[in-house]
Design a protein around this ligand. Structure first.
Ligand code: ZN
Length: 311
């Protein structure tokens, strides 16, 4: 699938067929605490460690990482490019704005049209010579979409339609992802190019199935060894969603976003999904082929879309 289509990576366009196994929601460099100024929780600002963890990912057969750091999270295009070169792993950079507490003050004072324009300039011109290849993550802070978050979502939808890039949402601990899809749908956005991030923070497979029925991708991006019970539930829910026929809607990742998630600090690094979750799904009765489709093909649905006739 996806022959002839290319994905914009931090090292330039790459054929979609060359991406290999893709982690669809990670961070390589970001700062969750720039706004909240929580002390004691350091930003992800350790490129050497990122290279180390990405190298392990590559040794396990990994090929590409979608880096969903948007405005307010301290995006660092130059760091992404250098880490990508050193680890020889493709990185797809994000764009847009994260969620309301992370917005610059002027975000409330500009129109949807102005936001769309800013986003399009970023997508077409890039920053430090690096162009985004995906929109997001675009968030709702709480279980509702605030006024200014709705404007950002509308701008993201318009940019999605204009550029054909995929769109990653941040939607936690509630059914707010459905509300976000309503806004995107209102803008005529193709929901099959939208991934609802953090679905596993609201572990209700019926809700996930409703999102998938609308055409959206369901993202379980909290995979890791931290909480064994939660991880067992995550794998069981993934297997259940697959059993219900939604294997092609599922995306699996780690959302590495703080230093404690590096492999040497006991976190998932970028390898836990390939090393552990794949085998766990197979043990839960999912076929190897389906697992491989989830790793290779599903992220392409987000990044470039399926050709007509693909299913
Ligand atoms: Zn994230």
């Amino acid at each position: 699938m996806a022959e002839g289509l290319t994905v914009q990576t931090v090292r330039g366009p790459v054929a979609a067929s060359e991406l290999g196994r893709v982690l669809p929601h990670e961070h390589v460099a970001c700062d969750l605490f720039r706004v909240t100024r929580q002390m004691g929780l350091a930003a992800l600002n350790d490129p050497d460690e990122a290279v180390r963890d990405l190298t392990v990912f590559k040794e396990l057969g990994g090929g590409s990482v979608v880096e969903a750091t948007s405005g307010g999270l301290g995006r660092k295009p130059g760091v992404l490019r250098s880490v990508s070169e050193r680890a020889d792993v493709h990185i797809v950079m994000g764009c847009g704005w994260y969620r309301e507490p992370y917005y610059e003050e002027d975000m409330n004072k500009v129109s949807t049209a102005e936001l769309t324009e800013r986003l399009l300039i970023d997508i077409f011109e890039g920053e430090d010579g690096v162009r985004p290849g995906v929109i997001g993550e675009i968030g709702a802070d709480r279980e509702w979409v605030s006024g200014v978050e709705e404007r950002v979502l509308r701008a993201a939808a318009r940019a999605q339609r204009e550029t054909g890039l995929g769109l990653i949402l941040h939607a936690v601990k509630s059914e707010v992802g459905a509300w976000q899809l309503d806004v995107l749908e209102d803008e005529g956005c193709d929901l099959s190019r939208v991934a609802v991030g953090h679905c596993d923070t609201y572990p209700d497979v019926d809700y996930h199935e409703r999102l998938a029925r609308r055409g959206a991708m369901v993202m379980y991006d909290g995979n890791g060894p931290g909480d064994r019970l939660l991880q067992e539930q995550r794998v069981a829910n993934a297997a259940e969603l697959i059993r219900r026929g939604w294997a092609k809607s599922l995306l699996l990742s780690h959302d590495v976003c703080v230093l404690g998630m590096r492999e040497r600090r006991g976190g998932p690094g970028y390898s836990y999904v390939l090393r552990q979750v794949g085998p766990d799904l197979i043990a839960a009765g999912v076929s190897e082929d389906v697992v491989e489709t989830i790793f290779r093909e599903n992220p392409l649905q987000l990044l470039v879309g399926r050709r007509p006739g693909d299913n």
